[in-house]
Design a protein around this ligand. Sequence first.
Ligand SMILES: Nc1ncnc2c1ncn2[C@@H]1O[C@H](COP(=O)(O)OP(=O)(O)OP(=O)(O)O)[C@@H](O)[C@H]1O
Ligand code: SF4
Ligand SMILES: [Mg+2]
Length: 334
Amino acid sequence: MSLLDIRNLSIDIATAQGKVRVIDKVSLTIVDGSIHGLVGESGSGKSLIAKAILGLHNASWTVTADRMFLGTTDLTKLSSKNRRRIMRKEIAMIFQHPRSYLDPSKKILPQIREVLPTISIKRRLLNIIKRSPEPSPRLRIKELLHKVGIQNDRIVLASYPYELSEGICQKVMIAMAIANNPSLIIADEPTTAMEPVTQEQIFRLLYKLNQLNNTTILLLSNNFGSIRDLSDYITLIYCGQTVESGSYKQIINSPMHPYTEAMIKTILDFDENISHKSQLYTLPGNIPSANQLPIGCRLGPRCPRAQRTCVINPEPLNLKGHMISCHFPSTDKN
Ligand SMILES: Nc1ncnc2c1ncn2[C@@H]1O[C@H](COP(=O)(O)OP(=O)(O)OP(=O)(O)O)[C@@H](O)[C@H]1O
Ligand code: SF4
Ligand SMILES: [Mg+2]
């Protein structure tokens, strides 16, 4: 069953050069209880999609979608107040550079206390009747920190964000994110600029949350290699267009889009003998800026298989849930 189902999401942003279609008919189906990797180079539109899901856009954006359901709730039909209420309850976001999202003037304890869900009077009364008092906020915070692998909770809670490492701050952010038991966590590049050991710890923690609590995770990254093996499903986007989407097996074993094939080739395989100073694979060229987008398939100028037809946007092809947007997909692997 899908927890989040988005069809043909488009975002037009008004700029000094006129309206720019930064997200062009992106579709995303996130299966309940899964980890879904959303991968694309820097500037491909991952954060814009996350903001559109959360309704965090300003007046210069025009957001349209044929369908945007969270469970059985149609998000396009909600007033912004109701939508914010549902988002606060159901979806939590973890950002890159966690320290900049924590309040530098407050210690960690009051910051976590602020996000703790309030316990209703009805539940308090029920607990009194059942003679099982609710744990104190301090105990609930301690439990949250232990869940994210912070053992020295007293020191962390008494610290300001600047006194803690980036890795600990990210764990605190994750603890705050899970305080409300959200059904979906959107993790936007949660390990950027962290050292490999800390990256590994954060990914392991997200995986544990998914496995133990069945929390669905949408993991945004421009590093295919780092999130590949964590993901049950993978969607690749390029320049605001979905290029390929499917299960881990479909994408890794049978990639059909030239962009996916290129992304897979860029992952270093340490089992293979890489000779000293050998050239590593990269797709030629750079991602174009938002106001210089090619017409039709936006990968065209960089695509090794591009032909004249590619100036027309390819219609998505759906092969048993494996979705490809390309006029000339590889066909020899499926
Ligand atoms: N407020 C805005 N106004 C105009 N253009 C924007 C705005 N926000 C983002 N863009 C453009 O939209 C494109 C996608 O940006 P976005 O930040 O979503 O990329 P991203 O995939 O998250 O990249 P990164 O991996 O670097 O975080 C970029 O070309 C960016 O310049
Ligand atoms: S549609 Fe054309 S340009 Fe786009 S990925 Fe396919 S072959 Fe390349
Ligand atoms: Mg981003």
